[in-house]
Design a protein around this ligand. Structure first.
Ligand SMILES: *[C@@H]1O[C@H](CO)[C@@H](O)[C@H](O)[C@H]1NC(C)=O
Length: 255
């Protein structure tokens, strides 16, 4: 009798054990599926930002902040940026019958094109918080933004071909001297003009302001062969450049 009870007990616990193991496996599978679907969701959010399908976002979706952070500090972000620059180099090898009349022009963005704001966003929510322009500008005044080396190299290559370089930034005019200092500190020098937003320009959308600057350049007889920037608002609108190149940036959107 005691033997039989023991046997039953042993079987029962075996079944409970098996069921628990099954449950664990199911639970693990479910967690993995959920992780994968979140990863898919965030990757498709990111790619649709780059495709300019998702516009005017104020913050990165909360559940994707970690994912976007991982991407923006990853070797993939670096590879994606470097590839964009390689495509510019390829384009330059045959695109443009440059003339020596001083009217060939190329446009660069500043932030997250020539110098990086990632050190700031690392400390300020990585796109998960609405951009606080007071604290962002205070950081810019520290002049510590590091260079994006691949873009900087391209900057010098284009300049050395006798093309005039215009830096058109959505930074405000009040940030002129920290911006110049910061650029020079990282080895960026020899541009023709650094254009920043005046008080009047601040009432405009970035795209409108940047288009207006290009209009001025074209009216002065410049031929704009290309633009490289991380924001769609730097690349769109009339007059346009012969070609534009977009660098990745999924932490903020300037419209
Ligand atoms: C923005 O940053 C400034 C300076 O760090 C701070 O004083 C202010 O409270 C912040 N504003 C918001 C809305 O968080």
């Amino acid at each position: 009798m005691a033997k039989k009870t023991l046997l039953i007990l042993a079987f029962t616990s075996l079944f409970i054990g098996l069921a628990a193991a099954d449950w664990n496996i199911l639970d693990q599978k479910w967690r993995k599926a959920r992780r994968n679907s979140l990863k898919n969701y965030c990757e498709s959010w990111r790619i649709n930002v780059e495709l300019n399908n998702i516009r005017e976002f104020e913050v990165v979706p909360q559940e994707c902040v970690d994912y976007i952070k991982k991407y923006m500090i990853s070797s993939q972000y670096k590879a994606d940026s470097e590839r964009a620059i390689e495509e510019v180099t390829l384009y330059l090898s045959s695109c443009c019958p440059f003339e020596s009349d001083g009217k060939d022009a190329w446009i660069f963005d500043v932030d997250d094109t020539l110098i990086s704001t990632i050190p700031y966003f690392k400390k300020h929510g990585f796109g998960g918080e609405k951009v606080n322009s007071t604290s962002l500008e205070a950081w810019m005044k520290e002049r510590k933004a590091p260079a994006l080396d691949h873009t900087l190299k391209l900057f010098h290559e284009i300049k050395d071909r006798g093309v005039k370089i215009f830096l058109i930034s959505s930074r405000r005019e009040t940030l002129r001297s920290p911006t110049v200092d910061n650029l020079i500190n990282v080895g960026c020098h020899g541009w023709t003009s650094l254009i920043l937003r005046s008080l009047d320009d601040e009432y405009m959308h970035v795209q409108q302001y940047k288009s207006q600057v290009r209009k001025r350049l074209v009216d002065q007889g410049y031929r704009i062969w290309g633009i490289i920037g991380d924001q769609w608002s730097s690349l769109k609108g009339q007059p346009d450049a012969k070609r534009t190149f977009k660098l990745p940036n999924s932490i903020y959107y300037l419209s």
